[in-house]
Design a protein around this ligand. Structure first.
Ligand code: UDP
Length: 240
């Protein structure tokens, strides 16, 4: 996949359709891969943490989840025109899975949340084959891995927050051999309505961050990195 690079972190140029086509290809080839959502906050962390940077760059697909990444691309004359958000991609993968018969595993979030999300997904994407569900507060990782192996999924969503979910995926990729794994953060909570999603007009204006800030004001600390991110991108000599 064609990628741009911001402060050392890769981001795919591809739009939603392109990402979904690549996912079909990965499932067809059964090539264990993972998808990671990139936002300025993660990039700023990765600048200070080489291991995290390598982890993000080792993903097959890095989606431009944050509007800040799209703005960075504009600032540097890049080609990323719109966001591919984690929650939208997850739902599109579910739709594709229902159409193609992919086996889907939901891992993560508090007990009961993934089950409710599964019910909603089954309602929305008729025929989706959700083969297993486990919460993200397990004690025995080995037992969990055995359970997942048994279910033999094509796609696994992991909702445990970042970078815990990415670390779980990469740590166990060789053993699980799942074609597509994706860290989805709080997406099950969003699907269940535990965390409200911004109205469409705010999303289309790139203001989802403002909505989240109003709803979860403690996030302001995480957003303080944004101005510095843009300054760094602007003054970084590397071409995107
Ligand atoms: N979570 C989990 N196991 C843990 C810690 C967190 O499953 O040990 C879940 C938590 O219940 C929530 C999600 O991970 O559903 C974290 O969502 P958050 O919005 O913090 O993720 P972000 O995308 O912001 O990293």
């Amino acid at each position: 996949m064609e990628k741009e690079n911001y402060l050392g972190v890769d981001v795919c140029k591809t739009d939603m359709e392109g990402v979904l086509d690549e996912i079909d290809e990965i499932v067809r080839e059964r090539r264990p891969s993972f998808i990671v959502a990139i936002n300025p906050e993660k990039i700023m962390k990765a600048i200070k943490d080489e291991k995290l940077k390598n982890l993000l760059n080792s993903a097959a697909i890095q989606i431009a989840d944050g509007v800040g990444v799209v703005i960075a691309s504009k600032l540097k004359g890049g080609k990323i025109k719109s966001r591919v958000t984690g929650i939208d991609l997850m739902q599109n993968i579910c739709k594709r899975s229902a159409e193609k018969g992919y086996r889907v595993f939901l891992l993560g979030a508090k007990p009961g949340v993934a089950e409710r999300a599964a019910e909603i997904l089954r309602e929305r994407y008729k025929g989706i084959n959700i083969v297993g569900i486990r919460d993200g507060y397990f004690k025995d990782e080995n037992e969990l891995l055995g359970y997942i192996e048994d279910k033999n999924p094509d796609v696994m969503f992991v909702a445990m927050g970042s970078p815990a979910q990415e670390l779980f995926i990469t740590r166990n990729m060789d053993r699980l051999k799942i074609p597509v794994s994706m860290g989805v953060g709080g997406s099950y909570d969003v699907i269940c309505g535990n965390i409200p999603r911004a109205p469409k007009w705010m999303c289309s204006m790139g203001l989802e961050w403002l909505f989240r800030l109003i709803k979860e004001p403690w996030r302001y600390k995480r957003m303080m990195v944004l101005p510095l991110f843009f300054v760094k991108v602007l003054f970084n000599k590397d071409k995107s």
